[in-house]
Design a protein around this ligand. Structure first.
Ligand SMILES: C[S@@+](CC[C@H](N)C(=O)[O-])C[C@H]1O[C@@H](n2cnc3c(N)ncnc32)[C@H](O)[C@@H]1O
Length: 127
């Protein structure tokens, strides 16, 4: 079991604020790249009833995400996958996020650029 609530350096208070700022609707599709233990998607599901998909290359993190989701009765899909090879059709999501995980798309300053370039086609226009 992974004890950390979040896997990034962002505080609980900041995460709560991000959730508060989001205006999501029931069944909107949310993709989280490098989702860690899945806490963000689980909370978004609990609050907005979104359809969540999270990927992470770490078996341990995905196992913990699935354990948490099951324990909280949260229907979120978690997949062990590498961000750079995971195949997704364009326009599959209303929101795509990558929190503290841009290194999944490369190193140094290329990481942010690659992350944006690869994630934008995954969301619907206006998403
Ligand atoms: C700092 S953690 C952030 C986790 C989560 N977003 C959070 O805020 O709690 C970074 C995550 O990115 C994942 N990761 C690193 N490289 C990856 C890749 N190429 N594809 C998918 N996930 C990756 C790691 O396994 C780790 O769980």
């Amino acid at each position: 079991m992974i004890e950390l609530l979040w896997n990034g350096p962002v505080s609980e208070a900041k995460m709560a604020k991000y959730i508060e700022y989001l205006e999501l609707h029931t069944e909107q599709r949310v993709f989280d790249v490098g989702c860690g233990c899945g806490e963000m998607l689980i909370r978004l599901r609990e609050r907005f009833q979104v359809q969540g998909t999270g990927i992470d290359s770490s078996f341990e993190h995905i196992a913990e995400a699935k354990r948490r989701a099951e324990a909280r009765g949260s229907a979120v899909r978690f997949v062990e996958a590498d961000a750079q090879s995971f195949q997704i059709a364009p326009n599959s999501f209303d929101l795509a996020m990558c929190m503290g995980s841009s290194h999944a798309y490369g190193l140094g300053s290329d990481a942010y650029r690659n992350a944006i370039k690869q994630m934008i086609p995954l969301i619907v226009p206006g998403g």
